[in-house]
Design a protein around this ligand. Structure first.
Ligand code: ADP
Ligand code: MG
Length: 338
């Protein structure tokens, strides 16, 4: 559905001697198959929006090629636009019109009849829980309602390929969870292919069949969330005992099963353990049995196993946590026209 090779976008910012080149997207290859939900993850400024704008024909690539739904983004932009849905990061700018009229106009822009656009719009209002808001001006809606209205606009012509740029940024947790359900339903109910960007790790994890991580304009990983997480060196396991006595024994038992980053502290031990679900039960049996079995008072009091998160993956790949990476974005970067 989407194929890109060497896709690149360079912006020139500043004037005169302060002029410099920003390689916003620096040679991206990507392939998205029909029916896939792909999460395009990266810190602010990584190049997500710029990539999306090239794939949706809103920005001409500086280099490289891409086809979307079989159409070339450079030479067949009309066909590309007709065949996709796009919800921009900024959202739509609305006039004083009523939401329903905006939606119906938008459908007609895609060649739908007024009647069909209204019918489809009403159906989408219901499924996105916007019932009763057809005659409301978008400026009088909540942020979450407006964002869902953006999504109605993106879906009005029933596209089989949908691009969503940070669909949930700025929404409260409940509205986010709600939107996740709708995005998941796009695929299960309509068989749509979804390409969404996010800087929320939990969101990428929950929604995506595959995650592509972009950093500084370069794709640094592309795999299922599970595979990405399994590349990180194991689950974080913490065992806490009633006393300090069994700690050293637990630490060496962990070492025997190949655990790394073993750290003891008072009456607890923490370590990274690959495949902990398979390893930990045996390890506990070993601690409980044997010559110097756990005495009363040495008992295991707590056990905690944390699966690696996508933040661990990002850290492993880039040496920075996603949060630090965001903090590093220069907010004074001037935006100029392409
Ligand atoms: N029109 C533009 N002019 C100059 N620089 C831009 C422009 N658009 C984006 N950039 C720069 O390109 C980089 C990538 O931006 P963007 O694709 O918006 O990142 P993301 O969507 O991942 O947050 C950033 O450094 C940004 O400042
Ligand atoms: Mg963006």
């Amino acid at each position: 559905m989407i194929h890109a090779r060497g896709l690149a976008a360079t912006f020139v910012t500043g004037k005169g001697r302060r002029q410099r080149e920003v390689r916003a997207v620096d040679g991206v290859d990507l392939d998205v198959a029909e029916g896939e939900v792909v999460g395009f993850l990266g810190p602010n400024g990584a190049g997500k929006t710029t990539t999306l704008r090239m794939l949706t024909t809103l920005l001409r690539p500086t280099a490289g090629t891409a086809t979307v739904n079989g159409f070339d983004v450079a030479t067949q932009s009309v066909q590309v636009r007709r065949s996709i849905g796009y919800v921009s990061q900024a959202g739509s700018t609305f006039s004083q019109a009523l939401a329903g009229d905006e939606v119906a106009d938008h459908g007609q822009l895609y060649g739908m009849s007024r009647r069909a656009a209204v019918a489809r719009g009403r159906e989408l209002f219901t499924s996105l829980q916007l019932d009763g808001l057809w005659d409301r001006m978008p400026k009088n809606m909540s942020g979450g309602q407006r964002r869902r209205l953006d999504i109605v606009m993106g879906l009005i012509h029933d596209p089989t390929l949908v691009f969503l740029d940070e669909p949930t940024t700025g929404l409260d947790p409940q509205a986010r969870a709600n939107l996740w359900e709708h995005i998941a339903a796009l695929r299960t109910r309509r068989g749509a292919t979804v390409f969404l960007t996010t800087h929320y790790l939990d969101e990428a994890d929950a929604l995506s069949d595959r995650i592509m991580i972009i950093d500084n304009g370069v794709i640094v990983a592309s795999d299922t969330p599970e595979n990405l997480k399994s590349q990180v060196s194991g689950d974080l396991v913490h065992l806490g005992f009633a006393s300090a006595e069994p700690v050293s024994r637990a630490a060496s038992a962990l070492e025997n099963v190949g655990a790394t980053e073993i750290e003891t502290d008072g009456s607890g031990v923490t370590a990274r353990v690959r495949g902990s679900a398979k390893v930990i039960p045996g390890l506990l049996r070993e601690l409980a049995a044997g010559g110097d079995a756990l005495e009363e008072g040495d008992a295991l009091e707590e056990i905690e196993i944390k699966r690696p998160t996508l933040d661990d993956v990002f850290l492993t790949l880039t040496g920075r946590s996603l949060r630090d990476a965001e903090a590093a974005v220069d907010p004074t970067d001037e935006e100029t026209d392409r």
